[in-house]
Structure formats: structure tokens, C-alpha cells
Design a binder for this molecule. Structure first.
Ligand code: UT7
Length: 331
């Protein structure tokens, strides 16, 4: 049975850098509070009318160039986002049109922070089954146009950043290489602890002036509940992946945790007893880019940690849904 290997990664963030100090112009917050509680120093936010698919397109071009592929070499796009350009159709279709490859499969994944790993699981299943040999896997978000950038929304809006990461995946016949396994979980009982309520097709009308005034179109979060669940579920799902493959934390070259909060990833590191060299973080520069955070972090970690062929890489995520997931990759 073929396995899935990562051929290349491409990342893209908007040029505009928004520092913690910049945020103090719009809300009561401070660089000290944000850094102490989250580790974030700055994030990138779009200017003007730029959608997630525009960021994804830039990242896709870089990934294609690195791989030496043309867009027409891709047989399917799997695209994870919670901030698609429009309600429908999915962003994979918009990206496909920008890449100029009509006809190929285009699938959107709506699993928030775990979206990239859920997407990897789908792409891996397609590749293993022989349905597709070359898949483009995308995580892309534009949060900044949908945040409550005022004191009312400060607990959420200081965290999120815009960005995109693209991985090109290909079938390999090499035994023991590539994606070893993926592990997916969800608990919908907590769906409303991190969500955007409106516009809502379960409400008629979907959006009213009153709802807008109340700010129900903005993301809301029970931060402490998310935090407490994340620090349990992320180590748990990494251990699940290692156990499934008869491996231990000592075998790991690097863990790429979803970048939600530096305090979360530090606690995950402690819980798994990993060294600083075994965990890579870049939330300081990008904030939480949700579905894009893992590919952005992975791309930088491969360079910074000099990941070589055969090294063991783990991905782990936790977020809205609640959803959580992990993947083990023999690079
Ligand atoms: O991608 C996955 C989803 N997200 C996460 O994983 C996030 C998980 N949660 C968190 O990262 C943290 O809960 C936050 C960083 C969001 C908040 O940190 P916290 O330590 O849980 O703070 P808190 O919500 O308990 O709020 C503490 C205080 C409150 O003031 P009072 O009530 O103690 O007077 C907040 O009003 O901090 C206040 N606060 C702020 N102050 C300055 C909340 N946001 C801010 C802010 N600047 N941006």
C-alpha cells in the first residue's frame, strides 16, 4: 500500500505587522499582558480586500516552486479553514481557480485548529487507497476582518493572526516512510465554548441589526475551559500516536504543536517530558493562525531544527469543536 510523503511546504503571511503595542490603540490591553499570558509579540493582519484563498495562493506558488511541480501536477486540493472567503462555495474552489487547474477535486475541511491534521488524514487516506497520487493540503485563515477589535473582544482578538501554509503530498512506496498514522477526535458538547454564532442558518433571519449590535458575529471563547482541555488532550493524543507505532517521546525529533498559546505548548512539553530542542514554537511572530498554524510552524521547524530524512516528526492540535488530533511522520 502506498504511503504519503511531504514533498515541500510553502508559507505566506500578509506584509502588515501588528504589534501588541499597536493593539493598545484600539483596546485596553498591554504588551505585558499579551506576552505573559500568550507569548505573542506580533501577528500579521491583511490590509484591504484580501481573502484566505489569496494567502493560500501565494503559499501554494512557493510550495510548487520548491517541489518543482506545476499546478497541473496536483490531482486534488484539501483546504482547511474556518474563515473561507465566502460562506459557500468552499475556499478550495477559489484556490483551484486561482491556480488555473479546473477539473481537479477540491474539498474544504471545517475543523478549526485541528483542520490541517484532519485534512492530512483525508489526503493520506486518498493516497493510501490509490485514488490520488499528488495532493495539495492547505491551511489558511484571515481572522483579522472578523474580530471584535475593541476592549469587548480583547480576550479573543489579541490572539489571532492571518496566514497560510501549503504542503504538497505525494505517494511513496518506501516502507516505513511518510505519514505513519493520524488520530482524530472531537467532543461537540463543547461546541459553544469557542464559536462564532452568527450569521446562523438555524436562525431566521440569519443576521439582524440587533445581533450585529450585540457583537454575535464575532468569535467568542471560554478561554480557561479551552486552555484546561488543550493541556490534557494534546499530550494524550501525542501519546496515542506514539503508542500506536510502538515509539516513545525519545524517538521524536520535533513536535509541532498547534500555536494557540505559548503557555499551552510549554505545559504540553512538560507533560510529555520533551526537551526544548524537541518542540518548535513560532507563535511569538504570528499569533494563532488556526488551520494555518501547523504548516507555518512545520515549515520553519524543518529549517530551524535541520530535520533530515527519516527523522520522526509529530503534529498535534486542539481547538474549537472541541476537536483535537495528532499525526506522526517519518520525514
Ligand atoms: O486555537 C485554540 C483556541 N484557543 C486557545 O487555545 C486559547 C486558550 N485560552 C487562552 O489562551 C487564555 O484563556 C487567554 C489568553 C485567552 C486568556 O488568558 P487567561 O489567563 O485565561 O485570562 P482570563 O480570561 O481569565 O482573564 C483574566 C483577566 C480578566 O480581567 P479580570 O476579570 O481579572 O479583571 C480579563 O478581563 O484579564 C482580562 N483580559 C485582558 N486584559 C488585558 C482578557 N483579555 C485581555 C487583554 N488584555 N487582551
Amino acid at each position: 500500500m502506498p504511503r504519503t510523503r511531504f514533498v515541500s511546504l510553502g508559507i505566506h503571511v500578509p506584509d502588515r505587522v501588528v504589534t501588541n503595542h499597536d493593539l493598545t490603540k484600539w483596546m485596553e490591553t498591554s504588551d505585558e499582558w499579551i506576552q505573559q499570558r500568550t507569548g505573542i509579540k506580533e501577528r500579521h493582519w491583511v490590509e484591504g480586500n484580501v481573502g484566505a484563498s489569496d494567502l493560500a495562493f501565494e503559499a501554494a506558488k512557493k510550495a510548487l516552486a520548491k517541489a518543482g511541480w506545476e499546478a497541473k501536477d496536483v490531482e486534488a486540493i484539501v483546504y482547511a479553514t474556518l474563515s473561507p472567503d465566502h460562506n459557500f462555495p468552499g475556499d478550495a474552489c477559489f484556490l483551484q481557480a486561482k491556480l488555473g487547474v479546473p477539473g481537479i477535486a477540491a474539498l474544504d475541511i471545517r475543523n478549526q485548529c485541528s483542520g490541517f491534521i484532519y485534512g492530512l488524514s483525508v489526503a493520506d487516506a486518498w493516497i493510501r487507497s490509490g485514488q490520488f497520487k499528488r495532493v495539495m493540503l492547505v491551511g489558511a485563515e484571515v481572522h483579522s476582518t472578523g474580530l471584535d477589535i475593541s476592549t469587548r473582544g480583547r480576550d479573543v482578538s489579541v490572539i489571532f493572526g492571518d496566514g497560510a501554509g501549503v504542503a504538497l503530498l505525494e505517494a511513496t512506496e518506501e516502507e516505513g516512510m511518510g505519514v505513519l498514522s493520524t488520530h482524530l477526535h472531537a467532543d461537540g458538547r463543547y461546541a459553544k465554548d469557542l464559536w462564532t454564532e452568527a450569521p446562523a442558518s438555524c436562525m431566521n433571519p440569519r443576521l439582524t441589526h440587533q445581533m450585529l449590535e450585540e457583537g454575535r458575529q464575532y468569535p467568542k471563547m471560554d478561554g480557561q475551559k479551552v486552555f484546561k482541555n488543550a493541556i490534557v488532550r494534546m499530550p494524550e493524543v501525542v501519546r496515542e500516536a506514539l503508542t500506536k507505532n510502538n515509539l516513545t517521546t525519545r524517538d521524536l525529533k520535533v513536535l509541532i504543536p498547534h500555536q494557540a498559546n505559548l503557555r499551552i505548548t510549554e505545559m504540553v512539553q512538560r507533560s510529555l517530558e520533551l526537551t526544548d530542542e524537541q518542540v518548535f514554537n513560532n507563535i511569538q511572530k504570528y499569533g494563532n493562525t488556526t488551520a494555518a498554524s501547523i504548516p507555518i510552524c512545520l515549515a520553519e521547524a524543518i529549517e530551524a531544527r535541520n530535520v533530515q530524512r527519516g527523522d520522526l516528526v509529530a503534529l498535534a492540535a486542539f481547538g474549537a469543536g472541541f476537536t483535537w488530533a495528532s499525526a506522526l511522520i517519518r520525514w
